[in-house]
Design a protein around this ligand. Sequence first.
Ligand code: ME8
Length: 509
Amino acid sequence: MKPPFYITTPIYYVNDVPHIGHAYTTIASDMMARFARMEGREVMFLTGTDEHGQKIQKVAQTAGIEPQAFVDQVSERFWQLTPLFNLSNDQFIRTTEERHIRSAQALWVHMTERGFIYKGGYAGWYAVRDEAFYAESELVNGKAPTGADVEWVEEPSYFFKLSAFQEPLLAFYRDNPNFIGPEARRNEVIRFVEGGLNDLSISRSSFKWGVPVPDEPEHVMYVWVDALANYITALGYPDEKAANFKKFWPESLHIIGKDILRFHAVYWPAFLMAAGLTPPKRLYAHGWWTNEGQKISKSLGNTIDPVELVENYGVDQVRYFLLREVPFGQDGDFSRSALEQRINSDLANDFGNLAQRVLSFVYKNAEAKVPTPSSFSEQDEVLLKAAQELLSRLRENFEKQALHRMIEAIWELVGAANRYVDAEQPWSLKKTDPERMATVLYVLMEVLRHLAFYIAPIMPQTSEKLLALLGITDKHMTFEKLNQKKLESGMDLPQPQGLFPRIEKDRKE
Ligand code: ME8
């Protein structure tokens, strides 16, 4: 039995509508969820929205709408990313759901029962934009290190004994060297924890929009306690006997942006240990996108609307670009010229052209049927072997979340196949050696079949289209099937169609 796979995105704040940064995390997670399903693993893929806290309350107030009505509206916009980007999430969680309120409260009660929560008073700095407390020593020119405005907060508050977890956390990082990726982020977290941990204020009493603290109606939970709990709510917590909880916890992979590493790598495992639960298996923090060299922000008016991008360029094109352009884990810059360049070179020229030249040649010159191969030459064997062995490279890189390396490896095969077409020249074999021509075309179609499977997690629509052009209509693709069933010679093929239109240079917005 292959291990189950639980993959999550951050739950996004509904203070603002989604932009390309949010879509990025969910698309990357979608690629991994799809890959794991093709491995025959049982997958739970979770995304959703974070709907409580002072930030949301303030924005709703400014808009003159009740918080619940406001979060209903904005959450819907995040939900729409699923059909827009062809995402395969199994659940979409909202922290205002009843099941989640119950779960966050149960987590709180367990932490209290085990002696890790006490009542006190907080006096210090708070940045509403970051929903984070900052020590005086962390401020830079009177602002949070992130640049967010801070305000002085003084109010009765419950505290979490984070200080008690310095040693347990360091031991946990030591015993689980794979807990945090990439490696540089792991070192960053260890250094931070080694520097000492202060107890954490985990309730607020100066506003109301949050999960009520059990038996303490004047307090709502600090939004991060509430938010992090979403990962176990979705599995059925507080029922630890729930089938999904037993199956998927702690087999989890939390995909996050580097901005929220500390909450996930320090607070979250500490909360779980405090409640007597096992921390998640792994976190992976990806990098930060800028837009044409600038920070993406509402105030600069340069947020990129995912809907407009998909309408203009196509869903698979955008998915491909985001996953390919920047090594997963590093920062990157979004630009339309880079996107158009990738579409024209990687997709239209390299991939699309390979499929087009092979399929239209077969259609016109080989009776529109899967050709019958005779004996394979050494070059044929080399290419077929490269197509088969690519899977092990994909697997290795999948384990490390090296998504860009997975794509690079696939494009190496595309390159090899294009060179093979040029070298073998099936068009000149038509008259001189039709038998050899049939073999060459069969080899190429087998390579295309492998490619159609390999690109499925990245570009699901294109994969389906290409499979249909190869006469394969089975929608439930697994890597086991890829290896079991070759193309059947003699099978009728449909009329070829292009996969990726080119973007013309003089095109105007
Ligand atoms: O932090 N580049 O929500 P959030 C890359 N609710 N990724 C980006 C990005 C950019 N420019 N902008 C946003 C929260 N992201 C909390 C999370 S989880 C229990 C609670 C992505 O709406 C990236 O994944 O501010 C980042 O971590 C997340 O959106 C922050 O979303």
